[in-house]
Ligand binder design. Structure first.
Ligand SMILES: CC(C)(COP(=O)(O)OP(=O)(O)OC[C@H]1O[C@@H](n2cnc3c(N)ncnc32)[C@H](O)[C@@H]1OP(=O)(O)O)[C@@H](O)C(=O)NCCC(=O)NCCS
Length: 177
């Protein structure tokens, strides 16, 4: 800290005594120089040896997750890369239209009920729209009422048996046009 700076400006004092500065601090020093309240060489001495640390985003606006698309796998993960959930998809053509098939949407147990599954299914619909695929199809175990409820609430209709004839599973479809 420059020993010959005496100030009653609390903000300036904080900058002088801190080991790092933020871009806002640097801007503040600039404004003092412009006003003639601080000499440029003194500001330089104040900043000497301090690192400019970019302010992290405030908690409220910091993203809580990101969605990563890799080939036919879509992953939802925390900003540090920890996996939250994912799904795999493929597409096929019926006689009348192309269909996007979601192999399994999965959200890690500790993350369920927090909206991540909704983000994933909305993202799947975005991919289908982007590829001009009018229908999404998936299969769910008949004894998985929570998942069935999750999809039906989001517009997926139970059309009964699966293509492979697996009686333990049902097929759900949604027209997303
Ligand atoms: C189904 C699943 C993908 C939903 O993901 P999620 O992140 O919990 O979903 P959301 O938080 O966006 O929505 C939660 C909704 O699903 C329901 N739900 C379904 N399974 C749930 C679970 N195990 N825990 C909490 N909520 C569940 C909730 O009641 C809630 O209802 P709402 O629509 O009134 O809000 C997730 O529970 C899961 O991975 N389950 C195991 C795998 C599975 O069954 N996959 C589906 C077969 S393809």
């Amino acid at each position: 800290m420059p020993s010959n700076v005496i100030t009653s400006d609390k903000k300036l004092k904080k900058i002088i005594n801190g080991s790092n500065v933020s871009p806002t601090d640097v801007e503040y020093l600039g404004s003092l120089i412009l006003k003639g309240d601080l000499r440029g060489d003194v500001a330089e001495r104040i900043l000497y040896g301090k690192q400019v640390i970019i302010d992290p985003l405030p908690l409220k606006t910091r993203p809580k997750f990101r969605i990563v698309e890799e080939d036919n796998v879509v992953r939802i993960e925390k900003p540090d890369g920890e996996k939250i959930g994912d799904f795999m998809y493929s597409s096929f053509n019926t006689d009348v239209k192309p269909v996007m098939f979601i192999h399994e949407i999965f959200v890690g147990e500790g993350y369920r009920g927090k909206g991540y599954g909704s983000h994933l299914i909305e993202y799947a619909e975005k991919i289908a729209k982007r590829n001009r695929i009018p229908e999404i199809m998936l299969e769910v175990d008949r004894d998985n009422p929570r998942a069935i409820d999750f999809f039906t609430k989001r517009g997926y209709c139970d059309v009964g048996a699966t293509n492979t004839g697996n009686l333990d599973r049902i097929t759900l479809i949604k027209d997303i046009r």
